[in-house]
Design a protein around this ligand. Structure first.
Ligand code: GUN
Length: 294
């Protein structure tokens, strides 16, 4: 049997139609569009590419976006000044500090400076703390795990009581993902490089979220036929047969897994477009909240 393929591009496009309507309504009512400002303080080409794609998506739905391209040798003070000026600008509704920051920057100090109503990435320690706590809700939840949740919804997964395995424990994906799955009443196991007998954990998983950044790492025979697999990995591998000389693959061996599991997301075109769309959702929500509370 072949798995259902979860197409993040198609789902993102559907959601973006609604978002464009909400952005247009906002603009008509308040006389200026929702605005997202990104702070890019590294010379990492992948980060620059993410920010470019985020900007393209903003334009599609009628959100203004701007990028503060700072030198990779910027000081803590310079990064903090940029964030503070965005906090103070009433026309800016969402602030995104692109991670990773260069090593001389204290990430925690920078992220906790972002004004809570503008924390559309959900990385402020208060928002992450609320995400981790029962009965509390963050103002905004991080975009990548939110996008994964939308893909699971699209797959029709009943998360209550499901065995969910999250592969990876990063602050951006693995940890917040696990917290969201717990809140959705799944039984969650977080696996990482020190996990013993990873294959045994994966074989009993109803839901697998792969977010470790290792190309084609998860093998098809580690998965079961009921599994719904969300592949967060975006790994560039050399491929002389491709005219660019490379192609993108996920953390899961897609070609083999698609023959085994119930559903699997594509790479590219799965989690990536959904991550960017959830950022747009958060930005438009931020704009409405700020305008209504002004
Ligand atoms: N770097 C990789 N993913 C993300 C993300 O979702 N937000 C930010 N700010 N940086 C990232």
């Amino acid at each position: 049997m072949t798995a259902r393929i979860l197409d993040g591009n198609a789902l993102a496009q559907r959601l973006q139609i609604e978002l464009a309507e909400k952005a247009a309504q906002f603009t008509a009512q308040f006389g200026h569009p929702p605005k997202l400002s990104a702070v890019l303080a590294s010379d990492d080409p992948a980060s620059a590419q993410y920010v470019r794609m985020k900007r393209r998506d903003c334009k599609k739905v009628g959100i203004i976006s701007e990028t503060f391209e700072m030198d990779a040798s910027s000081t803590q003070e310079q990064v903090e000044e940029t964030i503070a000026s965005l906090n103070d600008d009433p026309r800016v509704h969402g602030i995104l500090v692109q991670l990773p920051l260069p090593p001389q920057i204290d990430e925690e100090r920078a992220l906790q400076l972002v004004a809570l109503p503008k924390d559309v990435d959900g990385f402020h320690p208060i928002n992450i703390g609320k995400l981790a706590m029962k009965g509390r809700e963050p103002s905004f939840a991080p975009a990548t795990p939110s996008g994964c949740m939308e893909l699971l919804k699209e797959a029709g997964v009943n998360l209550s009581g499901a065995n969910a395995v999250v592969l990876g424990r990063s602050n951006i994906v693995g940890l917040p993902m696990a917290m969201m799955l717990v809140k959705a009443n799944a039984t969650v196991t977080i696996c990482h490089s020190r996990t013993q007998d990873l294959t045994a954990q994966l074989r009993r998983a109803d839901v697998v979220i792969a977010a470790i950044g290792r190309p084609n790492f998860v093998q098809a025979d580690w998965l079961n036929e009921k599994a719904v697999v969300i592949d967060v990995g975006t790994n560039r591998i050399d491929d002389p047969s491709d005219k660019r000389g490379y192609r993108w693959v996920g953390d899961v061996d897609f070609e083999a897994a698609v023959k085994v599991v119930r559903a699997i997301s594509k790479v590219p075109g799965g989690v990536g477009p959904m991550t960017r769309t959830m950022l747009l959702v958060n930005t438009i929500r931020a704009a409405w909240r700020q305008a209504e509370n002004a």
